[in-house]
Design a protein around this ligand. Structure first.
Ligand code: FES
Length: 105
């Protein structure tokens, strides 16, 4: 939340809770190597205020300050089989199960 405030990563704040939840998840799963990767993994959250550049800046800031600590914390608290990759997929590769799935495709 601090990074979102410091980078002015919201205007109306309507999307902010979801953006933060996704940002935490992608950071914990190690998907913040580049702006393109951050954008892809955040793509399931729409921001009608178009704060995307600042949201990505906030994610980069947390990534750079936390270093590998976030991924290390996740692996320490979530037992995973050796060699397994996170099972979450970018939203562009997930199928939509909502009632408006045709609109989501
Ligand atoms: S800050 Fe307004 S919708 Fe994202």
């Amino acid at each position: 939340m601090r990074a979102f405030c410091e980078h002015d990563a919201f205007q109306c704040g309507y999307c902010t809770p979801g953006q933060i939840m996704s940002a935490v998840a992608l950071l914990e799963e190690g998907h913040a190597e580049s702006d393109a990767e951050i954008a892809e993994w955040m793509s399931g959250n729409l921001c009608r205020c178009a704060a995307y550049p600042n949201i990505r800046a906030a994610v980069r800031d947390v990534r750079d300050q936390a270093g590998g600590l976030i991924a290390a914390r996740l692996s320490a608290t979530t037992p995973q089989p050796a060699g397994s990759a996170p099972t979450r997929q970018p939203s562009s590769t997930r199928s939509c199960a909502c009632a408006a799935s045709a609109a989501c495709a």
